[in-house]
Design a binder for this molecule. Structure first.
Ligand SMILES: Cc1cc2nc3c(=O)[nH]c(=O)nc-3n(C[C@H](O)[C@H](O)[C@H](O)COP(=O)(O)O)c2cc1C
Ligand code: SF4
Length: 678
């Protein structure tokens, strides 16, 4: 038996958890019709196979009809959920993991214009900034029916074979009762702390009546809202003790902070560049004060920190949630002494930002996550060994090299730069986004393990590639900044990349024209503003930086609002002219008629990239498929078999930004889904 603190079993009531690592509840927005169907099950089963002790399903599963999902959550108010749950819990149990579910009523943290168009409810009319709905102030009959809804849902989950449930309090209805900021009811459910907790204890009492004393029930809550007038740490400690003393709760799952704004949420679930394990000591204080089973998660991305969390006795079970979205097989790798092979979570929060944007959770650099039914988390070796030549070592090229290496092929990579990484290397120049380089470093380490050959500082031409006699050629050369977008004056502007790379010095009075709306625009603007310059960020879109998304925007705003920056939406830069040592920027609008001018000393354009594809077109005539990729075969997960030129010597494919400007995830997915079948 290992003496690794992380691998020690944990006894929670009658339930033996096989180690100390859990995935806390997180809704990846994979339900279909509100049900946990095949995709959902496959996602959790993969993590159970990977060795996690417990996976907490859902994330805000809705107990009531007037708690419509904000990001495609499970609808546990429906009876039809029970057989789906049973399939899921059986399949997870078969792999030796425990499985629970988080239940909630969102209260005001949702919208009325979803699902049934019922008014949202809360213990006050106060609106939540993030979801914007003005709630109905709850009446007695609202409270009664929702208490019953919780109990009904708990009963369904027990019938569905769950090992237990967790009630989500923070930011949701329960905590809207708890917090003086959001509870304006008079007694018996408003006023004193006893009254504000009454709803929770009424729910727990009703649940216990239905599921009995043995079923495991926990609460996930904030122990300190960290907000003026909100719940304090003292309140949090008092609430923790009351939950324990109620005798109705079996574990505490504690977080710190508030989630009513994007900024608040980002402090609760920290993004890259923010400190690791910021609330671990706080969780430790709750555990010490209550001496009660305590779980906690908040940016504990690596095994060493998780081990410290357990060894130091700060928590009983440590959450490594996003870490498991990135690598489902963490525990297996710990057990097999392959910790250094764990694919690291880089805190990009692409997973989270996507769900808030209405999509499903994808990991920025594991394209198999959420696609377990079609993409392998573990790549199998190919039957025949081929020679694969890859040009370019950005995210697409590196993923192609890794996957081809796992397939057992002979892999050769040509890279013009002295280091791998492509655009990610530029991204990582921002101190806050430094973690991004692990996307490349991990792949580089894997490629070394798999015996991939790299030629750096090596500008490959078509004959460099053909001289290798490859069976398959992958062009992953990425793109170059595209600034040629003006009617006049394209020669007078610089690109966001010129600024980020340091090739061009920032001006003093700068217009950043960003109609790509991705990180590069903001990253360049921030760098320029940090140099002391005045910066206007202009976009023709309705909002600025739409591709950056909510939580990723927070650190930029925290930095840039302190600097001399302004944001202008709905205006389009049309032309630039020189006037002495200044530039005149002519600005129009898609809405018609308006023409304005800006006088600046530098114009920076962020308009994505244009493919760097000469080598692809040079190699095309000699290939057997003339570069064609069968979309039918790609989507069906079959090997590519297009033949357009029977005399061709090799198959040729283009992936990532060498095809068209997209993002890191798209580049990696391009590579994985093609190369897994080569
Ligand atoms: C895609 C996604 C969805 C989430 N949804 C929920 C949720 O519905 N309820 C909840 O309590 N926490 C939710 N979380 C937060 C996680 O449970 C966890 O607290 C957070 O990711 C921090 O832990 P980590 O750093 O180990 O990932 C979500 C996280 C992610 C990544
Ligand atoms: S998208 Fe980023 S934060 Fe989310 S799991 Fe992947 S690496 Fe981690």
């Amino acid at each position: 038996m290992s003496n690794d603190p992380l691998l020690q079993p944990y006894q929670l009531k009658h339930l033996t958890l096989r180690n100390r690592i859990l995935m806390t509840s997180h809704e990846p927005a994979y339900p279909e019709d509100g049900m946990p169907k095949d995709r959902y099950r496959a996602y959790h089963v993969e993590r159970a196979k990977g060795g996690v002790a417990m996976t907490m399903t859902a994330g805000s599963a809705a107990v009531s009809k007037d708690s419509p999902p904000v990001f495609n959550n499970l609808l546990v108010w429906k009876d039809e959920v029970v057989p789906w749950m049973k399939d899921l819990t059986d399949a997870v149990h078969e792999q030796g993991a425990a499985v629970m579910i988080q239940l909630t009523h969102l209260g005001r943290r949702t919208r009325w214009d979803k699902a049934n168009w019922l008014p949202v409810v809360s213990p006050s009319h106060k609106r939540e900034a993030a979801h914007r709905a003005f709630p109905k102030k709850m009446e007695d009959w609202d409270i009664e029916r929702i208490i019953k809804d919780y109990a009904d849902a708990a009963e369904r989950m027990k019938a569905g074979g769950m090992d237990g449930i967790e009630l989500q309090a923070y930011g949701h209805l329960m905590d809207q009762f708890w917090s003086p900021l959001t509870n304006e009811l008079d007694g018996p459910y408003g006023g004193s702390i006893d009254n504000r907790l009454r709803f929770t204890f009424d729910v727990l009492t009703e649940i216990r009546k239905r599921v009995g004393p043995d079923f495991i029930v926990g609460v996930r809550y904030t122990g300190d809202e960290d907000l003026d007038g909100g719940l304090t740490k003292e309140d949090g400690l008092a609430i923790s003790k009351r939950l324990k003393e109620s005798g109705m709760v079996d574990f505490l799952n504690v977080i710190r902070g508030h989630i009513d704004t994007d900024a608040g949420l980002t402090d609760v679930i920290p993004i890259q560049g923010m400190a690791n394990s910021p609330h671990l000591d706080f969780a430790g204080e709750i555990r010490a004060a209550t001496e009660f089973p305590t779980f906690h998660a908040a940016k504990i991305p690596d095994v060493a920190t998780a081990r410290h969390a357990i060894a130091s006795g700060k928590v009983d079970m440590v959450g490594m949630t996003r870490a498991h979205i990135t690598d489902p097989h963490i525990v297996r790798k710990i057990v097999e002494k392959r910790e250094d092979e764990i694919r690291p979570c880089v805190g990009a929060n692409y997973c989270l930002d996507r769900i808030y944007q209405g999509g499903s959770a994808y990991c920025i650099h594991n394209a198999a996550t959420g696609r377990e039914l079609s993409m392998p988390q573990i790549i199998e070796a190919a039957e025949t060994r081929k020679k694969v030549v890859i040009v370019g070592s950005g995210p697409a090229g590196m993923e192609a090299a890794r996957v081809a290496g796992e397939r057992g092929h002979e892999v050769i990579v040509f890279e013009a730069a002295p280091h791998p990484g492509g655009q990610i290397r530029l991204t990582a120049q921002n101190e806050r986004r430094r973690e991004m380089i692990s996307i490349i470093d991990w792949r580089m380490a894997e490629c070394e393990r798999l015996g991939v050959t790299f030629h750096f500082n090596s500008w490959a031409e078509a004959d460099t590639v053909t001289a290798e006699n490859p069976d398959v050629v992958i062009i992953a050369t990425g793109g170059l900044p595209h600034t040629d977008v003006l009617a006049k004056g394209n020669d007078l502007v610089v690109s966001s990349w010129d600024i980020i790379s340091g090739d061009v010095k920032p001006g003093a009075n700068v217009l950043v024209y960003d109609d790509a709306g991705d990180h590069a625009g903001l990253q360049a603007a921030e760098l320029i503003a940090q140099s002391g310059a005045k910066v206007e960020i202009m976009t023709p879109d309705r909002s600025f930086a739409p591709e950056v998304m909510a939580m990723n925007l927070v650190p930029y705003m925290r930095s840039m609002q302190k600097l001399d920056t302004t944001f202008t939406v709905t205006y389009r830069l049309e032309a630039v002219e020189r006037q002495g040592n200044q530039l005149i920027a002519h600005v129009g609008s898609d809405y018609g008629g308006v023409v304005k001018q800006r006088i600046v000393d530098q114009v920076v354009i962020n308009h994505g990239t244009i493919p760097l594809d000469d080598i692809y077109f040079d190699l095309k005539p000699g290939s057997s498929n003339h570069g064609e990729m069968s979309h039918d075969q790609l989507l069906a997960g079959q090997p590519q078999s297009v033949v357009r030129n029977p005399d061709g010597a090799y198959q040729l494919f283009r992936i990532g930004d060498a095809v068209s400007a997209r993002n890191t995830h798209a580049a990696i997915y391009d590579a994985l889904r093609l190369l897994k079948d080569v």
